[in-house]
Design a binder for this molecule. Sequence first.
Ligand SMILES: [Zn+2]
Length: 395
Amino acid sequence: MKNLLQGIRKFPLLLLTFVFAGNTFLCSCNLLKPASPEAFIEEPAVEETEIEEIEEVVSEPEEVIEEPEEIVLTWRDQIPYEEITLDGEKDHHYVADDYCYIESEKYVVFLEKDIDIPGDFITNVDAIVDELETELNVSSAPSDYTYYDVCDMTAYYGFNPWKDINIGTKIPIFLIADEEDECLISCACGDFLVLVDYAMFSEDMWNSVPGYYDSDFRTRPEYVDYSTIAHEMTHTITERNHEMSMIMTEGIADYMSREILDALADEYPSIAEAKENTYLYDNSIPEKVNGKNAERIFIADYNEIDHAQRGAEYTFGRYLCQYLDETYGDNFYSDYNAEIKKDNIIYSYGNYDEEIITKYADALKEVFGEDVFSNFGSWCVKNNALQELGGVFPY
Ligand SMILES: [Zn+2]
């Protein structure tokens, strides 16, 4: 039985062989006769040709298998939502009717339904990130930062539309449409930016929420608040480089938001518009700053101020950054960052610890001199900075 089966199996192979080998039709006719299995076995010439044919057939699938291995799936393939692009025109708008995203070189913008984004948004944010890297003299994607998956957005959306996505070193920027009127605000950390900007709420959504359209104190602005975007983007970049005290964290963000708008306004009309409409002010401080108390205040980091009254750290920190920039030059931040990295100061923002904040003060003295605080305090008195108490003052 075994031999017979072998013979039958060979029949189509032989037929193929004769066709390919150019054998005469007669040979083929002979094969059509009923024959014993031995008849086929006694044809050695045919057997050789047959083996060659099989080898050729076997080699083909190997080439087919190699092709799929070249297809590399990326996070973009995991996203079930549309990628969109903008045309760069300030007066053109894209209104999202579902979750979608826009990718740029150093960040990815994630939109939700009812976000109204102007056509030049990416152009302006690209310019802000590049200018921040130049002025801070650090990368927005340092190699020693740990980059996790895009954070879980369930708290905002009720589910996580960007689940298990890892965009590498790019910064996730979430544009939030606060349609429940929960008074959501912009915020940032090393892992992401959340931007809540009334100018980017769609007109339809704005006109459907009484808390917005029926309010005496809320208006839907005509311009995007690039000042806040620069502030929050500074937080992301500086935190990716190294955590700092509260005064330095908010101070550098406040200072940079002004520096960036000044630097870019001439070239970018929408940033100029934001600059014209940004109200600059000094927050209230609990005591005037001078050469004797500047270091003590820096170390206390305004931690004793009630959260609702916060603001002094923004203003003290901004003036300190301005002083360092004017006195020591453009690399003041990167030089300080290098020192606190070298000292390996570990601090969790908001969890005040006098011993740790003292290390931040010591690092400042290490880089800019032992007298940096007394000189800064004297500079404040001379320039009438941080000398007004108990109010919010135009700057
Ligand atoms: Zn801030």
